[in-house]
Structures are given as C-alpha cells and as structure tokens.
Write a protein that binds this ligand. Structure first.
Ligand code: AMP
Length: 284
C-alpha cells in the first residue's frame, strides 16, 4: 500500500477528474481541513462505497476564519494525514496552497442567507460565506458527483445541501453520523488545543446533549424547557463558557417553540480558548 497521489494545482486536479469522468467514473469528494481523525476517515470509507473515484481535499480555508480566529494556529500535518489515508487507497488528495485557490484579484463569493445567520453564523458572521465559496470551488475543481460531510457540522451540512439545490450543482450531498471518543466527546481537529483539564471539562458538551435527548424522550417537547436544562448543565462546568445552545428545525434551521418534527439541538461552547461545537437530532 502506498501513499496517495497528492495534487496541488487546481488545473491538474480538474484534468485528473476529467479523465475519470471520460471513463464514466462516479467521483466522490471528502472535503476536509486536514489533521485527520476517525471522523474524517469515516467519511472517506463512506465515499468509497458511493463512487469509483474518491478524492479527499485538505485545505485550511482562510476565508472561513475571521481575523480574530485560529487560522494561524490551526493544526496541520499533511505527511501524517497521507499516512492515515494509505489504508483507504484513495485516488488522489487535493492539497492546494492558499494562492492556488485564491489567486490574485479573486473577487467572487457565495453568500448563503438565512440559514447562515443563526447558530454559529450569529457568532461567526462571515464563516459560512467562506465555507460555501470554498465548497463550490472544490465541487467545480473536482467535478464530484457526490460529496460526503459530517453531521458534526450540521449547520454547514444543511447550508451546503441548500446551496447544491439552489445552484443546481448536480452533486449529491451525503451526511454522516458524528464519530466520538470513548467518553462521548465529538472528535475534532481542535481537540488538540485542549489541556488535560480542559479535555475533561469538554465532556460537558456531549453530556448536556445526552440530557436533552433523554428529557425529550421522556416527553418534554418544549424548547424553552429543554434549553433551560441544557444551560443549567453547561453552567455547572466552570471551564465552559456558552456561545449558544439552541433548538431549531433540523431542515430549515428556523426557530421552533416545540419539537413537532426533526429538530436540531446544537451548541457551541468555549472551553478555555478553544471553541467546540456539538449537536444531536431530536426525532419525535
Ligand atoms: P473539518 O476538517 O473539521 O473541516 O471537517 C471536515 C469534514 O469532516 C466535515 O464534513 C466535518 O463535519 C467532518 N467531521 C469532523 N469531525 C467529525 C466527527 N467527529 N464525526 C464525523 N464527521 C466529522
């Protein structure tokens, strides 16, 4: 088994994809920012089952970070990532540099509207514009027929689904379950920032979601009541500072007062300097 082919140039990536397309191959893309963990690898495995050609992109996309965020510190390890991908035998890894993508005078962005203004979008107002723009570019460069995303970033998944429909992109957007550590913490490249104490404290995110899920299953469907319990639970962890905890319609992300259809309970919490997100779906 050998390390995957790495392509940095968008033009070479598209020529590679065109060759596959000419052979009537179905192309799957797994977009990532690298520092791969089992969550990312579960998407790669799914992609393998969906297509003939599997491409993984690794790109820390600057336009989705605000100036005060962690772009410079974001963990990077291309060599380690390529090693982790060896057993999956992917067809290529697209790993462009920033100037490969945002060439001189780059001036065209995709701005998702309502769905990007709630939850994380309320705290990161330019984030989903950066995400939608890079994902559209990746779709166009890799000519993918299907793209696999994690439900860890549920809002992102729904915004990309919406974009694919709105812009007739002809890409199937597939969402996969959240992969967790043994104690329930959702895997994330940003978990690498946590000190041992913070790592312990970070368990409160999943514990809170478990609590909401169990209250919901016991019959509490009013969002205000569920959110109060969630805030109480998060409030008990001194190292955790809430950005938001909310329950919204799982498809539109619109506010709801009680859970009548699939709803998303999502939260974002700072543990020390690290901003962590997690979510669960409440299904009546
Ligand atoms: P990132 O590298 O953080 O931008 O994530 C790349 C993709 O992996 C996104 O679709 C994420 O939702 C997905 N992902 C990240 N963490 C997890 C996880 N713990 N379980 C499942 N998917 C994940």
């Amino acid at each position: 088994m050998k390390k995957p082919l790495v392509i940095a140039s968008p033009k070479e990536m598209r020529d590679f994809a065109r060759t596959k397309q000419a052979q009537s191959m179905r192309i799957a893309l797994v977009p990532t920012m690298g520092f791969l963990h089992q969550g990312h690898l579960s998407l790669v495995e799914k992609a393998k089952s969906l297509a003939d050609t599997v491409l993984v992109s690794i790109f820390v996309n600057p336009t989705q970070f605000a100036p005060n965020e962690d772009l410079d510190e974001y963990p990077r390890d291309l060599e380690g990532d390529l090693q982790k991908l060896v057993p999956y035998n992917v067809d290529a890894v697209f790993a462009p540099s920033v100037h490969n993508i945002y060439a001189n005078h780059f001036d065209t962005y995709v701005t998702p509207e309502h769905m990007a203004q709630t939850l994380c979008g309320a705290f990161r107002p330019t984030h989903f514009r950066g995400v939608a723009t890079i994902v559209l570019l990746l779709f166009r460069i890799t000519l993918c027929n299907v793209a696999v995303f994690g439900r860890k970033d549920f809002q992102q998944l729904q915004i990309i689904r919406r974009m694919a429909k709105d812009l007739w992109l002809d890409v199937d957007v597939v969402g996969m379950p959240i992969v967790r550590e043994n104690d329930g913490l959702a895997m994330s490249s940003r978990n690498a920032y946590l000190s041992p104490k913070e790592r312990q404290a970070a368990r409160v995110l999943n514990k809170t979601l478990d609590l909401v899920q169990s209250l919901f299953e016991k019959g509490e469907h009013l969002t205000e009541a569920l959110l109060q319990k969630a805030k109480d639970s998060l409030g008990k962890e001194p190292l955790a500072q809430i950005d938001y905890v909310n329950i919204v319609d799982a498809n539109t992300l619109a506010p709801i007062t009680s859970v009548e259809e699939d709803a998303l309970c999502a939260l974002a919490v700072h543990v020390g300097k690290t901003r962590l997100i997690d979510n669960c779906v409440l299904s009546p």
